[in-house]
Ligand binder design. Structure first.
Ligand code: ASP
Ligand code: MG
Length: 465
């Protein structure tokens, strides 16, 4: 098989974990043709983000300390490399990059400004550094490999720095012409995830968690048989195991279900990563580096439903706020919803959930809590005192619970079972939304009741192990 293997940050968090990834690659390469994609080491992207903030404040001392921490993490990891020469070479490459980063930081600190372009450049160091470590570890294991930056591997993007979109067709043909010759010579490409470049060869990033997209884009280009996302959990779970201890791995889900889940905050796969492979129908496997024997979750184009299985997984979305716009004047008044959405969009507020009752006397929306105040202010300024809307009400102590599963499509009684489970625990539901795709049902409860609601559904619908 031709497999694109992406290793997430937690799987690369220190030298011994990097060696573990190296051993996995060494083993699978015996029978398969591999392309490797790496994330930055655990937390490194967050640390680089902190650096960009510090530069804006001109905080030299803190920047120096942060750079020192980054140096220590990466140099420490090279100690896993046995060959003196390879270890020295890795250290030299790491130092070279960090010296370069230091210069970027000095310039940004002087200017007290970090443009989106510069921010992407700064963020790119995470994957560039981790790829050096894996490359030298693989060479230490006598695995033939070549390290490539996203752009070198053919990932071409638009100029939307911070959340760039790959130019699919152009990238695919470039990727093929870069990577196929390597595969033919049995050389494993080690590609930095998350990073692309513009036509002008400026570094861009694909948005947080974007290395999944690097992997699936490459897979689509070289027509890989599968994409394996190596992470620190056993795949996609029925619920967050930190909240629900008997949550278990979901063996199989469809692209559509996966999309629904990632939209709801399950970190299993980047939401945009499905797009490149959907057309080709390339399956994605989410696997645990620390429990290789577990099958993980397989994501494929169609869904396989077990008898009686309707809900596959639950999600809890915290840190949201609920806004209810109401007024008797809204009944039958055309354009009220459009106006509300327009105001929110112009204020840069993303809407997560929408609901309106047939009485039309109120519309509720859920937004990120950090944007709640801004959203309410904008709505009040624009809508109150005009005879249509009489109140804009905000609640900042709510959470969204969502149940996901294609089995809900056309199956009567699922909502009754979900809400029955919640009602039995005495939890009040504030708002409900279900898209007509019937892939998920989301509802809003008070934050203090959210875990109870989640547990209730997980228990009553027998999702646990
Ligand atoms: N390192 C980047 C991030 O943490 C990309 C990734 O890990 O996929 O967001
Ligand atoms: Mg990461």
């Amino acid at each position: 098989m031709k497999i694109v293997m992406k290793f997430g940050g937690s799987s690369l968090a220190d030298g011994s974990r990097i060696l573990r990834c190296g051993s996995i690659i060494e083993r699978y390469k015996q029978n398969h043709s591999l392309i490797v994609v790496v994330s930055a080491m655990d937390d490194v992207t967050d640390k680089l983000l902190v650096l960009t903030e510090l530069a804006k404040n001109g905080n030299r001392e803190a920047i120096r300390e942060h750079l020192e921490v980054l140096r220590a993490i990466h140099i420490e990891a090279t100690n896993i490399i046995k060959s003196d020469n390879l270890r020295a070479a890795a250290q030299e490459e790491v130092s070279k990059l960090l010296t370069e980063l230091e210069k970027v930081m000095t310039a940004s600190t002087l200017l007290k400004e970090v443009t989106p372009r510069t921010r992407d450049l700064i963020l790119s160091y995470g994957e560039r550094l981790s790829s050096i470590l894996l490359e030298h570890t693989l060479k230490d294991l006598r695995v033939d490999c070549l390290r490539l930056q996203g752009g070198e591997a053919g990932i071409l993007t638009d100029e939307a720095f911070g959340e760039a979109t790959p130019l699919f067709e152009a990238s695919k043909s470039r990727i093929r012409s870069k990577l196929n010759p390597l595969l033919e010579q049995n050389i494993i490409p080690v590609v930095t995830g998350f990073i692309g470049e513009t036509q002008n060869r400026e570094i861009t990033t694909l948005g947080r968690g974007g290395s999944d997209l690097t992997a699936t884009l490459i897979a689509a280009a070289v027509k890989a048989d599968e994409v394996w996302l190596w992470t620190d959990v056993d795949g996609i779970m029925t619920a967050d195991p930190k909240l629900i201890p008997n949550a278990k791995t979901v063996p199989q889900i469809s692209y559509a279900e996966a999309r629904e889940m990632t939209a709801l905050g399950a970190k299993a796969i980047h939401p945009r990563a499905i797009e490149p492979i959907a057309e080709e129908g390339i399956p994605v496997r989410v696997k645990n580096t620390f429990a290789e024997e577990n099958a993980g979750t397989l994501i494929t184009s169609t869904t396989q439903l077990k008898e009686g299985e309707v809900v596959k997984a639950l999600a809890l979305v915290k840190d949201v706020g609920l806004i209810t716009v109401s007024g008797a004047g809204m009944v039958g008044k055309l354009g009220t919803a459009a106006k509300i959405f327009d105001i929110l969009s112009k204020s840069g507020v993303n809407i997560l959930m929408i609901s309106q009752s047939i009485s039309e006397s109120n519309i509720s929306v859920v937004v990120n809590r950090s944007k709640l105040h801004k959203a309410v202010t904008a709505l009040e300024l624009a809508l109150l005192g005009k005879g249509v809307v009489s109140e804009v009400h905000a609640e900042d102590d709510v959470s969204v619970v969502a149940a996901i599963g294609a089995g809900m499509q056309g199956t009567p009684g699922v909502a009754a079972r979900i809400f029955g489970a919640v009602a039995k625990r005495g939890v009040n539901i504030r708002m409900i939304a279900q898209g007509s795709s019937e892939l998920s049902i989301s509802f809003v409860v008070k934050e203090k009741d959210a875990l109870t609601a989640l547990k209730a559904i997980h228990d009553d619908l027998n999702l646990g192990g």
